[in-house]
Design a binder for this molecule. Structure first.
Ligand SMILES: Nc1ncnc2c1ncn2[C@@H]1O[C@H](COP(=O)(O)OP(=O)(O)OP(=O)(O)O)[C@@H](O)[C@H]1O
Length: 301
């Protein structure tokens, strides 16, 4: 079954085309990453999925339910952890979660609420007022709120932005468990390491368009196996090696694509011929960050 089906979604804010025809199918049980630089349109897309704003054209279905014409059914299938913290400060944590349960018509939900609070390290704050919680604790409540109706599809918009290591670990343990139990997870994050560790498949958005869509392993394979990073503070790279660059040099560090280790010899010989001294050299496996930078630079699809 398709968990989220996004068909040619378009959204414009006056002159700005925030989403220019996005289509994606995310299957049930996937751990999917939605990546892109600031302003790429991730939050806009998530808001449309959550039924918070309307697309100008195209549509979204959650487990087959249209998010506009069949809003209630679609919303029941979906839990969204938003970026921003908005709460009623006068309720306690438990009251906040009970209210949210009530919104979904779940009267007697305390067993699950207790479990969610336990998993997210909120149990000892259950009777604390929201206004007395630290930012990190509030963020935990935001996650708990999204999960209160045990939605089969969970969307997390930058859930770990500015949170401490402990919460990050607690959150990922719980989310991984939910994914193992069959929940579909969609994640946006600026931390590419996190996406690489968690997501099996990713879409990369740029200026409101999908510029890459692949499994993590295929994407990583797309950039040849490894890269040679050379720090050349006193020279520039010889002209003939420039085509090997993964992306423009940063701080005199040149990242060269290599297909097998034998190529390293040739590169070093060429530098020696040119009398170029190497300050530092590293051989690295390509990672998501390299691919991300390359795709954002070249816009290859
Ligand atoms: N309500 C709005 N009115 C006008 N422009 C908006 C509105 N919301 C978003 N935009 C613009 O639409 C574009 C996409 O924004 P969006 O927040 O979806 O990007 P994003 O990928 O989530 O970025 P970030 O990583 O910074 O959260 C941006 O150029 C943004 O300035």
């Amino acid at each position: 079954m398709t968990a989220i089906e996004i068909s040619n979604v378009q959204k414009r804010y006056k002159a700005l085309q925030a989403l220019g025809g996005v289509s994606l199918k995310i299957e049930e049980g996937e751990f999917f990453g939605l990546l892109g630089p600031n302003g790429a349109g991730k939050t806009t897309l998530i808001s449309i999925i959550a039924g918070l704003i309307r697309a100008d054209a195209g549509g979204v279905k959650i487990h087959g339910h249209d998010v506009v014409s069949d809003f209630r059914a679609a919303r029941r299938k979906l839990g969204v952890v938003p970026q921003e913290l908005v709460f009623d400060p006068f309720f306690t944590v438990r009251e906040t979660l009970r209210l949210q349960s009530g919104y979904f018509g779940l009267g007697n939900n305390d067993k699950w609420i207790d479990e969610v609070m336990e998993e997210l390290g909120l149990a000892n704050k259950a009777d604390t007022n929201m206004r007395a919680l630290s930012g990190g604790m509030k963020r935990r409540v935001l996650v708990a709120q999204a999960l209160v109706h045990k939605p089969p599809v969970i969307v997390l918009d930058e859930p770990t932005a500015g949170v401490d290591v402990e919460l990050r670990q607690t959150l990922w343990q719980f989310i991984t468990r939910l994914n193992r139990e069959g929940h579909t997870i969609v994640l946006t994050t600026h931390y590419l390491e996190e996406a690489q560790a968690m997501c099996k498949r990713v879409a990369m958005l740029k200026l409101g368009k999908v510029v890459a869509l692949d499994t993590m392993s295929q994407l990583i394979r797309r950039i040849s196996g490894s890269q040679l990073v050379l720090h050349l503070p006193h020279n520039t790279l010889p002209e003939e090696l420039v085509p090997l660059l993964n992306h423009p040099p940063e701080d005199n560090k040149y990242s060269l694509r290599i297909n097998d280790y034998a190529e390293v010899e040739g590169i070093l010989a060429r530098l020696r011929q040119g009398g170029i001294s190497i300050d530092e050299m590293q051989l690295q496996q390509a990672d998501l960050e390299d691919i991300f930078l390359q795709i954002m630079d070249e816009n290859i699809v």
